[in-house]
Design a protein around this ligand. Structure first.
Ligand code: FMN
Length: 184
């Protein structure tokens, strides 16, 4: 098995992430991996925001504005503090006659996946989260998204402290089949 396949088979998400987060050249290479996502017509329909330190508190403030009760606002405010860094993946749709928006969103999604793998291979951990905060107009506005942009997800990034869980292995035949089916 190649190192790459081993890394893919052993990647897992980590909800509890501590400092440090990657920086400098390591972080740059992680973004270079995102930029290798397949990209129909090379539209580069994505951009990323790096949120750290006080930025995480400001992001918590944006989340809290959407809450309806003090308890809910308090919960939302704390959400971004679950990791020392959040990378916000943004799809920035470029109008194109042959590349529909869905393909552009998929390109961002692949970039997010590549970053998760790159993070793990660089000794860090991550978790891709969305939830209502990824789709709330006031969060989008607060993060400076334009009309043609949307949030693909919040990648929580940091250092994994807990031992890796046993990973589930799905039976390949449960999700792969030949077409046409043999009895047709
Ligand atoms: C687009 C997208 C959004 C997600 N949003 C959330 C989320 O908001 N909260 C959550 O607990 N998991 C979310 N997940 C799932 C986790 O990132 C993770 O994949 C899942 O917990 C399974 O863990 P694993 O990656 O180790 O297999 C999301 C995954 C994707 C692809």
């Amino acid at each position: 098995m190649t190192d790459l396949i081993h890394a893919i088979l052993n990647r897992s998400s980590e909800p509890r992430l501590d400092a440090p987060a990657p920086d400098g050249e390591v972080l740059d290479r992680i973004f270079q991996c995102a930029a290798r996502a397949p990209d129909h017509a090379l539209l580069r329909p994505w951009r990323y925001l790096v949120v750290e330190g006080e930025g995480l508190e400001r992001l918590g403030g944006l989340f809290a504005q959407t809450g309806e009760s003090e308890a809910e606002r308090d919960k939302l405010r704390k959400m971004p503090l679950r990791a020392p860094m959040i990378i916000v993946g943004i799809t920035s749709v470029k109008p194109h006659p042959k590349v529909p928006e869905i393909e552009q969103s998929m390109s961002t999604a692949v970039g997010m996946g590549y970053m998760l793998l790159a993070l793990e291979s660089a000794g860090f951990g991550g978790m891709w989260r969305t939830g209502p905060m990824a789709y709330h107009p006031s969060v989008e506005a607060g993060l400076g998204l334009a009309e043609h942009e949307s949030i693909a997800g919040f990648l929580y990034v940091g250092t994994v402290k807990n031992p890796k869980p046993d990973l589930p292995r799905l039976e390949t035949s449960h999700f792969v089949s030949a077409w046409p089916p043999v009895d047709c």
